[in-house]
Ligand binder design. Structure first.
Ligand code: B12
Length: 376
């Protein structure tokens, strides 16, 4: 089965009109496309960096702020400057983009502009017809371009390979020559994993001027279907040249990771990053995503609202996590949750740490404590 087409979508800086792109994203996904959504109010540089790291076939921009002539063409020229002119640029913005503007934009390298009244299906068909075949890339000097394409090869190989071969046991992330510490974050959907990781990245960038970080982030998908890869939309601090982020769809695999996670992780762990952070999809009670010693340290992120105390006995990650983070401790139930989880961890008789955080709050002392535990 062919791998899904991957595109990146975003809304420009000084523009909060995201309702159009949210609708269009859903239509693309329904048509089997993997959409990495970067969110709104985004700089050209952040969009170009993300498109390169995600190795997408095209960038779709939804622009309503009136600055489309400069914005679209700046994306094209930055892509060209970085050797990634095989990544196409297209988009729309209702009546704010005139036909005359669109002609000028096309002359400067924009592929297509869609106007008011175009059906959603028409736009999805355009992407499927236009961006299904990857163009060859000649530039080999940009390390992000090279790494991103290798990750794609691994991901595409895994989705073909999985059907015919039994799983390999040897864990390549642990072989000789590895330079990175690998930290795995897991926990139920909505616990705040992505926000927490983004706040940790801010601390890495501020306190360790040379540290480089890779993030491998997962979102769920069914094999051969589309997916919304939306973690980048939550990431603010991670839009930085010292951070390499890659979003992966699970492509039909249960348990929180993708069939290609191990090999992609192995590649990242041997690519000169100081830390590789891996984030699973939102997981359930039975999930043990980091088997086979895939990571050096595991962090389970929980929400204080897990239900009755008995529920804690069923969460198997509580037995194996090195650090348990209770996030959103500004919620009313947090005090009781912290005490119940602490008691649950005492039964394990292991040296497990428990940390209380409010990741959405800047300079949160709990996130500082977690940062110390991860970097000590
Ligand atoms: C909905 C809306 C809002 C909502 C936005 C909600 C949200 N979260 O998105 C609210 C009410 C919050 C809002 C606020 C504002 N808005 Co407003 N808004 C609109 C409105 C009515 C519709 C835009 C829309 O979503 N259309 C739905 C999409 C699906 O259809 P479409 O636009 O026709 O797009 C087609 C194609 O272009 C294509 N397409 C669009 N994007 C993309 C992307 C890709 C990748 C592809 C393939 C295709 C594609 O899809 C459609 C196919 O049929 C327009 C007016 C209008 N009728 O266009 C004004 C409009 C865009 N807003 C405008 C303004 C000025 C504002 C405010 C500044 C008002 C104010 N003073 O506060 C604020 C700014 C908000 C901000 N933070 O940026 C102006 C912009 C003027 C300009 N640029 O010259 C407009 C044009 C209204 C006007 N005539 O004055 N707005």
């Amino acid at each position: 089965m062919a791998s899904p087409i991957r595109i990146l979508t975003a809304v420009p800086i000084c523009d909060g009109h995201d309702s159009a792109i949210n609708t269009i994203n859903l239509e693309f996904i329904r048509h089997g496309i993997e959409v990495v959504y970067l969110g709104f109010h985004r700089y050209v540089g952040d969009i170009v960096r993300a498109a390169i790291q995600e190795d997408v076939a095209a960038i779709g921009i939804s622009s309503y702020n009136g600055g489309h002539l400069d914005f679209f063409t700046d994306i094209v020229s930055q892509l060209t400057g970085k050797g990634a002119n095989d990544i196409a640029v297209f988009g729309g913005g209702g009546g704010t983009i005139t036909h005359d503007d669109a002609r000028q934009m096309k002359r400067k390298g924009v592929d297509e502009i869609f106007f008011a009244g175009t059906s959603l299906a028409e736009m999805a068909d355009y992407v499927k017809k236009g961006y299904g075949k990857r163009k060859k890339r000649r530039v080999k000097s940009n390390p992000d371009l090279v790494l991103a394409r290798k990750l794609t090869e691994l991901e595409e190989g895994a989705s073909r390979w999985r059907k015919h071969q039994p799983s390999k046991d040897a864990n390549p992330a642990r072989t000789k020559g590895r330079t990175s510490k690998v930290i795995g974050f897991t926990g139920p959907g909505g616990a705040g994993k992505t926000t927490l990781i983004d706040e940790l990245v801010l601390r890495f960038l501020q306190r360790q001027p040379k540290t480089r970080i890779a993030i491998l982030s997962h979102d769920p998908s069914v094999i051969g279907e589309g997916a919304l890869l939306g973690d980048r939309a939550t990431m603010i601090n991670s839009q930085d040249d010292r951070v390499f982020m890659r979003s992966m769809a699970t492509r039909g695999q249960a348990g929180g990771l993708s069939p290609a996670t191990e090999s992609c992780l192995a590649l990242l762990a041997h690519s000169g990053f100081d830390y590789v952070i891996i984030e699973t999809v939102g997981t359930g009670q039975e999930a043990l995503p980091f088997r086979n010693k895939l990571v050096d340290q595991t962090v389970l992120v929980m929400n204080p609202d897990y239900g009755a105390r008995l529920q804690l006995q069923k969460i198997v990650m509580l037995d194996v996590a090195d650090i348990v983070v209770v996030n959103k401790t500004d919620l009313e139930r947090a005090k009781a949750a912290l005490s119940e989880i602490e008691q649950r961890l005492t039964q394990n008789k292991r040296k497990q740490e428990i940390v209380a955080t409010v990741a959405k709050r800047h300079r949160d002392p709990g996130v500082d404590e977690l940062f110390e535990l991860i970097t000590k």
